[in-house]
Design a protein around this ligand. Structure first.
Ligand SMILES: Nc1ncnc2c1ncn2[C@@H]1O[C@H](COP(=O)(O)OP(=O)(O)O)[C@@H](O)[C@H]1O
Ligand SMILES: [Mg+2]
Length: 191
C-alpha cells in the first residue's frame, strides 16, 4: 500500500486512520510508527465508506453540545487509558467528564467554533461537535459533527445541558420544539 505510506509521510507521523462512516471510535487506530500503518488501514477498510487519515492532535479531547442557536458548555473528556476508544466510551467506569472543559475565554472560542461547524454542515435542531485542543499551541481542531448524538441520561449532551440547569425531560422537549415543525406541534396539541 505505497500510497498510504506516502500520505502518512506527507502528513507526518503520528497519524489517525479511521473509516469515514462509523462511530463510537470503531475502526479508529492511532499510528505512531510506519510499521503500524498497514494494520490500521486493514482495520478501517473492514467498514464501509472511504478511509480518512489525519494528523494526530496531541492534547485535550472536548465535545460541545448544540441546542438550536446555543452552544452548551464544553465537556473535557479524560480517559484513563491512552485515548477515548470504544472501551473508554462505553465500558470503562473511570473516564472523567469535566464540564465546563475550559476557562471562560476558551469556552467562548470553542462554543463559537462548534456552532459555526454545526451550521456549515447544514445542521439544525440539536447535535454535538467533537474537538481536539493541541496541548502546546492551544489551537482547536474540529473532528466531526454528530448529527444525532447519544441521548441516554448518561450521554454527553444531557450532561452539558444539566450544567446550565436544563434537566433531561426539559432537554427532550426543547429538542422536539427545535426539530418538529411548529404547525405539527400545534396540530398535535389540538388533536
Ligand atoms: N485527528 C485526531 N487526533 C487525535 N485523536 C483523534 C483524531 N481523530 C480521532 N481521534 C480520536 O478518535 C476518537 C474517535 O474519532 P471521531 O472522529 O470523533 O469518530 P467517531 O467518534 O465517530 O468514532 C476521538 O474521540 C479521538 O479520541
Ligand atoms: Mg466522535
Amino acid at each position: 500500500m505505497p500510497l498510504v505510506h506516502e500520505a502518512a509521510r506527507t502528513l507526518g507521523l503520528p497519524v489517525i486512520v479511521k473509516p469515514s462512516s462509523e462511530g463510537s471510535s470503531v475502526g479508529v487506530s492511532r499510528v505512531l510508527a510506519d510499521a503500524d500503518l498497514d494494520a490500521a488501514v486493514e482495520l478501517a477498510a473492514r467498514y464501509p465508506g472511504e478511509l480518512l487519515m489525519e494528523q494526530m492532535v496531541i492534547g485535550d479531547e472536548l465535545t460541545v453540545g448544540i441546542l438550536g442557536d446555543l452552544a452548551l458548555p464544553s465537556i473535557r473528556i479524560v480517559p484513563k487509558g491512552q485515548w477515548y476508544d470504544y472501551h473508554a466510551k462505553y465500558v470503562a467506569e473511570d473516564t472523567q467528564y469535566l464540564c465546563p472543559g475550559l476557562g471562560d475565554v476558551e469556552e467562548a472560542q470553542i462554543g463559537a467554533l462548534a456552532l459555526a461547524a454545526f451550521r456549515a454542515a447544514g445542521c439544525a435542531g440539536w447535535g454535538r461537535v467533537d474537538v481536539m485542543r493541541d496541548r502546546e499551541s492551544g489551537a482547536l481542531y474540529l473532528l466531526e459533527v454528530n448529527t444525532a448524538p447519544g441521548m441516554t441520561s448518561h450521554s454527553l449532551v444531557p450532561k452539558a445541558a444539566r450544567q446550565v440547569g436544563i434537566g433531561f425531560e426539559d432537554l427532550c422537549w426543547r429538542i422536539l420544539e427545535q426539530t418538529v415543525p411548529a404547525h405539527a406541534v400545534a396540530g398535535g396539541a389540538a388533536a
